[in-house]
Design a protein around this ligand. Structure first.
Ligand SMILES: [Mn+2]
Length: 412
C-alpha cells in the first residue's frame, strides 16, 4: 500500500501585521504538487499529521477547505483516501465541519466515478475522508492489502478525556496529558497487535530530542513526549515541528511543513514522504521535494539601499520580504514604506525599526518580538520575568481572555 505523508498545512493562514499576506496561493501550489505525486505514484492514502487548517474566520475557512478538495480533485476521484489527525491549530468544531464538507465534495467526485465503473463499490464502504480529533485505530484496505493507522491528535484535555482540575496549573496539566497520550498510544498498539496488521502511527506532538522548537507555541503550553515512551510501530510520522527530520535510526520521522511559514523558516527544504508498506512493514520510503516559497530579510538604511537590495532578489514577485529599517529615532518612515511596497510586491508583516542612535548595551527584554502573534509574544515576555507562578498564570489567563474576545469580535 502506498501512503504519502505530509503535515502542518496551516491552510488559510495569513501573515498578519501592517502588510498582511495571505498564504493560500502558496499552499495551493504545494497541494497541486502533492496531488501530482499522488497520481504519479498511484498513492492509496494521503496521511496528514495535523495542523491542517488555520483560518481565523468563516470565509477563509471555507476557501481553505475548497482549495484542499479542488487541489486533490484527481486523486480523490480515483478513490484515494485522506487520513488526518488534528493538531494544536485545528479547532475541533472546524474539523467536524471540514469532515462534512470534504466528504460531500468527495462524494460528488465519486458519483462520476461509480457511474463509470461498478467494481469500486466495495471500497466505497469505507470512509474516504478520515479526520480525527480523538485517538482512534482505523483499518484501511487498498490494493488487496490491509493496515492500521493509530491516530493520535495533539493532546488537549478534551481530546484525551482529562477531567478538568485547576489545582495543579499548566505544568501539571501537561504532565497528565503526556501520561494519557502514552497510555492511549499503548492501548492502540495492543489493539492493533491483536489484529496482526502493520501499523503506522500518525500524530502531532513534540518529542524529546528535537533540536527545533514547535511553531508558535510556548514551551509552557506544549506537551512533550519522551522518545522512549513510543512503542515500535512499523512507521511513525509526526507533525508539529516544521523541519523535516528523521529521529534516530528507526522509521520515525518529522515530515515537515507544507510551505515555509515565515522568515524564520527560510532555509527549510520542504518535502513529503512516500512510503510503500506491506504485511511485514516498510518496503520502501522516499523523500519527494515540495516547492517552498522564497523568503528574504532586507535591512536598509536609505531608500537607495532598498532599490539595491531588490536587485539581489531573483524571484521578487514570489519572495516574501521582511523589512528592517536602520534609521535614527524619529525618522519619518512613510516614504521608505511606500518605496518598499513598490519594490517588494510581497512585503509582509510589520516593518521592524532598528534605531541607529539607540544605546547598544540595552538588550531587549524578550527575543524575537512578533507583532503578528501578540499572545505568544506576551507569554514569552512573562516567562522571562521574575514573579510568582500563580501571578504569571493569572496574567496569562487575562491575556488569553483578551485574545479570545478579540477573535470573537473578529469573527463577527
Ligand atoms: Mn502544530
Amino acid at each position: 500500500m502506498r501512503i504519502l505523508f505530509t503535515a502542518d498545512w496551516h491552510l488559510g493562514y495569513t501573515l498578519a501585521g501592517a502588510n498582511p499576506q495571505p498564504r493560500l496561493p502558496d499552499q495551493r501550489r504545494n497541494i497541486d504538487r502533492i496531488a501530482a505525486y499522488c497520481e504519479e505514484h498511484a498513492v492509496d492514502v494521503l496521511a496528514i499529521a495535523g495542523d491542517v487548517f488555520e483560518a481565523q474566520e468563516r470565509g477563509a475557512s471555507r476557501a481553505a477547505a475548497y482549495a484542499m478538495v479542488d487541489g486533490l480533485r484527481a486523486p480523490l476521484a480515483r478513490g484515494m483516501r485522506v487520513v488526518a489527525v488534528a493538531g494544536n491549530h485545528d479547532r475541533d468544531y472546524f474539523i467536524d465541519t471540514a469532515n462534512i464538507w470534504l466528504t460531500a465534495a468527495t462524494r460528488e467526485l465519486g458519483d462520476a466515478r461509480t457511474a463509470r465503473s461498478s467494481d469500486l463499490s466495495s471500497s466505497n464502504d469505507q470512509q474516504q475522508i478520515i479526520f480525527r480529533t480523538k485517538p482512534d485505530l482505523v483499518t484501511v484496505e487498498a490494493g488487496g492489502e490491509r493496515m492500521n493507522f493509530a491516530l493520535l491528535p495533539f493532546p488537549t484535555p478534551y481530546r484525551y478525556d482529562l477531567r478538568h482540575d485547576d489545582s495543579g496549573g499548566v505544568a501539571q496539566r501537561n504532565e497528565l496529558l503526556a501520561k494519557l497520550f502514552g497510555e492511549k498510544m499503548e492501548e492502540l498498539r495492543k489493539r492493533s497487535a491483536e489484529q496482526r496488521l502493520p501499523t503506522v502511527l500518525l500524530t502531532h506532538v513534540t518529542v524529546t530530542g528535537t533540536t527545533v522548537k514547535a511553531h508558535r507555541i510556548s514551551p509552557r503550553d506544549d506537551v512533550v513526549i519522551p522518545r522512549g515512551s513510543f512503542p515500535e510501530f512499523e512507521l511513525t510520522v509526526i507533525g508539529h515541528i516544521h523541519t523535516p527530520e528523521q529521529i534516530g535510526g528507526a522509521h520515525f520521522y518529522y515530515v515537515g511543513v507544507l510551505d515555509r511559514m515565515d522568515v524564520a523558516e527560510r532555509d527549510y527544504d520542504t518535502r513529503v514522504l512516500l512510503a510503500d508498506i506491506g504485511p511485514q512493514g516498510v518496503r520502501e520510503i522516499t523523500s519527494l521535494p515540495l516547492d517552498p516559497t522564497p523568503f528574504a530579510i532586507v535591512v536598509a538604511e536609505t531608500e537607495d539601499d532598498l532599490a539595491a537590495q531588490a536587485k539581489t532578489i531573483d524571484r521578487i514577485d514570489e519572495t516574501l520580504v521582511k523589512l528592517v529599517l536602520r534609521v535614527p529615532r524619529g525618522t519619518y518612515a512613510a516614504p521608505f514604506l511606500d518605496r518598499a511596497r513598490q519594490l517588494f510586491p510581497r512585503l509582509y508583516g510589520n516593518v521592524e525599526m532598528d534605531w541607529t542612535d539607540e544605546d547598544d548595551t540595552q538588550t531587549p527584554a524578550v527575543e524575537g518580538l512578533n507583532p503578528a502573534n501578540v499572545e505568544d509574544t506576551v507569554r514569552r515576555y512573562l516567562e522571562e520575568q521574575q514573579m510568582p507562578e500563580d501571578e504569571r498564570d493569572a496574567l496569562m489567563g487575562l491575556v488569553h481572555e483578551l485574545r479570545a474576545k478579540t477573535l470573537t469580535e473578529g469573527d463577527a
